[in-house]
Design a protein around this ligand. Structure first.
Ligand code: NAD
Length: 245
């Protein structure tokens, strides 16, 4: 039997990068997957023909979008076993360039989004006394990597995840957080043009390479699975050792 046979996994940001691979790997392990993303065209292009994957246009900052997407999933599939709050955006701007709008937008998408996801999905998990939530933070939440709204928004993910783990445990819902380092996805594509920066980052990384989406997605699948049934409130850093220095 496959690891996620008969389970339903809801993945935000499922149209690109790590989220795209999560959708693929959950489906390969037998799950029915909801690939949710603001980019409907990319969802359609990637998942439109996959029978195990349902696509839903979802802006993670919209209460109404979450309400509709979760209701549709429950009506069609009856439950949500797994939620991965993965959708996110980043910025290269430093303290002198950041606008108030930048700050609000990053915190809206990166931390209010996961809050809304947990708010809408957890009641359905609570009803069946079982569920697993994995939130995607970032190594920038743990170390000083430039004073910008990205780190702050990801620090908030860490805090709300721990709070949710403490609150939801009695309902059989586990909440864990993953902290990726620099992973080669469309989000970090800009790095390709600065070979010196990449060489410097690799030099600073004990494992001497950048991360690949599969490095993170393997850990997400583990935390989401029943193999991790006594793990909640955990914080797993996947950065090749960068933040351990
Ligand atoms: N790539 C890295 O180096 C890295 C490092 C640490 C953390 N992360 C985090 O990992 C997660 C995935 O990143 P990725 O590298 O795969 O990025 P990506 O840019 O490849 O994918 C992000 C996805 O989120 C979607 N998205 C953006 N705003 C949205 C919104 N408002 N509503 C719904 N969907 C929205 C995008 O359309 C896109 O499909 C993000 O939360 C990111 O912050 C990435």
């Amino acid at each position: 039997m496959k690891k996620f046979q008969d389970q339903v996994a809801f993945v935000t940001g499922g149209a690109s990068g790590m989220g795209e691979l999560m959708v693929e790997m959950f489906a390969a392990q037998g799950a029915k997957v909801i690939a949710a993303d603001i980019n409907e065209a990319a969802l359609e292009e990637k998942w439109g023909k996959n029978e195990q994957v349902s696509i839903v246009k979802l802006n993670v900052t919209s209460d109404e979008d979450w309400q509709a997407a979760v209701e549709k999933t429950i009506t069609e599939l009856g439950k949500i076993d797994i939620l991965v709050n993965n959708a996110g955006i980043s910025t290269e701007k430093g303290i002198n360039d950041i606008t108030i709008e930048d700050w609000r937008r990053l915190s809206d998408i990166n931390s209010f989004g996961p809050f809304l996801g947990m708010k809408h999905v957890s009641p359905h998990m609570e009803k069946v006394k079982k569920g697993s939530i994995v939130n995607i933070s970032s190594y920038t939440a743990l170390i000083g990597m430039g004073l910008n709204p990205y780190s702050a928004s990801k620090g908030a993910v860490r805090a709300i995840s721990r709070a949710a783990a403490a609150d939801f445990g009695k309902h059989g819902i586990r909440v864990n957080t993953v902290f990726p380092g620099i992973i080669e996805t469309p989000m970090t594509k800009g790095l390709e043009s600065s070979k010196d920066v990449v060489a410097g980052l690799i030099k600073m990384t004990p494992l001497q390479r950048l991360g690949q989406p599969v490095d993170v997605v393997n850990a997400v699948l583990f935390l989401a699975s029943d193999e991790a049934s006594y793990i909640t409130g955990a914080e797993l850093v996947i950065d090749g050792g960068y933040s351990a220095r």
